[in-house]
Write a protein that binds this ligand. Structure first.
Ligand code: ATP
Length: 345
């Protein structure tokens, strides 16, 4: 297969398993974001792909070649880490040319390549500027250009945008994705920012405790989470305990919900319902009953908190569709079967 393959990769530090039996294929040209809570093993996995850590078990192959034992500098990688590691005493051009220079590229080829790379990251004309005199976003672009200078097979980035302010980070996410699509380079990014992952990735990998919980396109992760952890970690959701009686009729919090099935043989489950899919209505008419406890108007969206038998359900709407409710008011909560994702408990 053309691309990267991790075959049952495990990393142990002493008795602690940081990455546990991870199997993953990343087809050539795809953009993958690894996401998960702190300590879940994202960086360790990336470092093994980079050759900076050796797996305790399993193998890593690139374009069909086993690279598990191949040292970092022979893997043909471009890497950008949070710290960027630019040389502060060199100019922008010298920084970008550095990997070319140590590979012995001719001076005129270096100059041409630097000019092309600078144009690509929207820094044309900056070659002679000292890196110390650049803004955070510009430094980021220089680090990306330097990593791409050798036309790597694999582009690895660890929290590359986390030092930037929110606005610049969002702009750079779009730029990075556009650049990756233009170059068609296989790219793996570690991030803790789910919006970043949703913006850039073809495939989002959600990790927990050293294991992959789900690997899928971003919208599938959002709409069809594999389990409660993924559902709760990506975006916000309402997780509601559901149970089925012997005839398969489903109820939540003691109230019947027609039209939902838990799947064969399942007596209990958790329903994941996104706040934007919770519809509030007048009480009765077969809707579940609840009481409004709080309304949060965030300008662009309005969140309505509803208490249903002790469980808080959050409904989100746009200002145009604002439910006309006040705190303390009884409401009906409609959970359409097609928006309820049934998850094993
Ligand atoms: P974060 O988002 O906080 O960077 P992460 O998902 O990238 O977290 P890793 O850095 O991969 O997590 O670490 C995974 C686990 O392995 C953590 O519990 C960490 O303490 C442990 N770990 C990482 N490197 C080592 C090491 N060299 N020796 C011992 N334990 C380590």
């Amino acid at each position: 297969m053309s691309g990267l393959a991790l075959n049952n990769v495990t990393k142990e530090f002493g008795t602690f398993t940081a990455v546990n039996n991870v199997a993953l294929t990343v087809p050539h040209g795809t953009f993958v974001c690894m996401l998960g809570p702190s300590g879940c093993g994202k960086t360790t996995l990336l470092r093994m792909i980079a050759g900076l850590e050796l797996p305790s078990a399993g193998t890593i192959s690139l374009d069909g070649e086993d690279i598990t034992q191949v040292p970092t500098h022979k893997r043909n990688l471009g890497m950008v880490f949070q710290s960027l590691a630019l040389f502060p005493h060199l100019t922008v051009g010298e920084n970008i040319a550095y990997p070319l220079r140590i590979r012995g590229a001719a001076k005129e080829d270096q100059v041409k390549r630097v000019a092309d790379l600078l144009a690509m990251v929207h820094l044309g004309g900056y070659a002679d500027r000292p890196v110390a005199k650049l803004s955070g976003g510009q430094r980021q672009r220089v680090a990306i250009a330097r990593a791409l200078a050798i036309s790597p097979k694999l582009f690895l980035l660890d929290e590359p945008l986390s030092a930037l302010d929110a606005q610049l980070r969002e702009a750079m996410q779009v730029e990075l994705r556009q650049l990756q699509q233009k170059l068609g380079i296989t790219t793996i990014v570690v991030t803790h920012d789910q919006r970043e992952a949703m913006t850039m990735a073809d495939t989002v990998i959600v990790m927990k405790g050293g294991e992959i919980r789900q690997a899928a396109p971003p919208i599938e992760i959002y709409r069809r989470p594999a389990d409660s952890f993924v559902a709760d970690f990506i975006g916000s959701t309402n997780l509601i305990a559901a149970e089925a009686d012997s005839a398969g009729r489903v109820s939540v919090l003691g109230q019947a919900v027609p039209g939902i099935s838990l799947g064969s043989g399942m007596k209990t489950a958790t329903l994941s319902v996104r706040p934007e899919d919770v519809h509030l209505t007048a009480p009765g008419d077969g809707a579940l009953s609840g009481t409004v406890t709080f309304v949060r108007d965030l300008g662009g969206t309005i969140e309505t908190f509803v208490d249903m038998s002790g469980q808080r359900i959050v409904a989100v709407s746009t200002p145009r569709a604002r439910p006309q409710v006040t705190v303390g008011q009884p409401v009906g909560v409609v959970l359409q079967p097609d928006v309820c994702v049934v998850l094993a408990k």
